[in-house]
Design a protein around this ligand. Structure first.
Ligand SMILES: [Zn+2]
Length: 227
């Protein structure tokens, strides 16, 4: 994906159709990785072939398909393998730290916690973290200009499950209505899974594509989506 100042590599990795993102400031070649899992060689090769300097790793939430670990019979490589190659901080929300430590077994000293609204400087680019609890308590999205990297909070044709440990349907409704739906309609959603034919769409387009956003202003009716 091409944006004027930022290069977005959207890597489709693993049997659960996860998207890992490498985003790079074109001028400085500094980059960060969002949700490294399943295929660390492809991630490492992309960084090296583009001569990027990796500055940090961001984990949107603690589920092993986003950061590595053991899930449903899969041993998934992830952040701990990437850290063997690159000595960089791992960023996550404070409420997600314990889950990530348990799942990935990385050293606590390697994690830097982030709070909602906090800025992160990637070379010349400023990014913002948005805390979007609901799928998990410490789920975060990352906003750069009008690009949103949403983890499992929002997909093109759905939204995050709330039936896994830490899931909360009231929090998800609040995150979607009061945080994500308030973004500029031209904001482009980059989801954490390839569950739709489109790789990325604007929020304007989401209003027609995503059934979970169509009745969201009526919370009682919206809750029926979750049975
Ligand atoms: Zn998840």
């Amino acid at each position: 994906m091409q944006h004027s100042d930022l290069k977005v590599h959207q890597l489709l990795l693993g049997p659960m159709e996860n998207y890992c993102y490498i985003i790079a400031d074109k001028a400085s070649k500094k980059c960060m990785v969002i949700d490294p899992a399943w295929d660390i060689k492809t991630i490492t090769d992309t960084i090296e072939q583009n001569e990027y300097q990796l500055t940090s790793i961001i984990i949107s939430h603690y589920h092993p398909d986003h950061c590595g670990g053991h899930l449903w019979g899969h041993d998934i490589e992830g952040v701990s393998e990437l850290l063997k190659k690159f000595d960089v901080p791992v960023l996550c929300h404070s409420q997600e730290k314990d889950g990530i430590l348990t799942i990935t077994k990385i050293a606590p000293s390697g994690i830097q916690t982030i709070e909602s609204g906090e800025d992160y400087q990637l070379g010349n680019q400023k990014l913002k973290f948005i805390h979007t609890p609901g799928h998990t308590p410490g789920s975060v999205c990352l906003l750069w200009n009008n690009c949103l990297f949403a983890g499992d909070t929002l997909f093109i044709n759905g939204c995050g499950r709330v039936d896994l440990p830490g899931g909360n349907v009231d929090q998800l409704h609040d995150s979607l209505t009061n945080k994500l739906m308030k973004l500029d309609p031209q904001t482009v959603l980059y989801p954490g899974h390839a569950y739709a034919p489109q790789k990325s769409v604007t929020f304007q387009e989401l209003l027609t594509l995503n059934p979970y956003l169509q009745n969201i202003t009526n919370k009682t009716s919206w809750m029926k989506n979750f049975g």
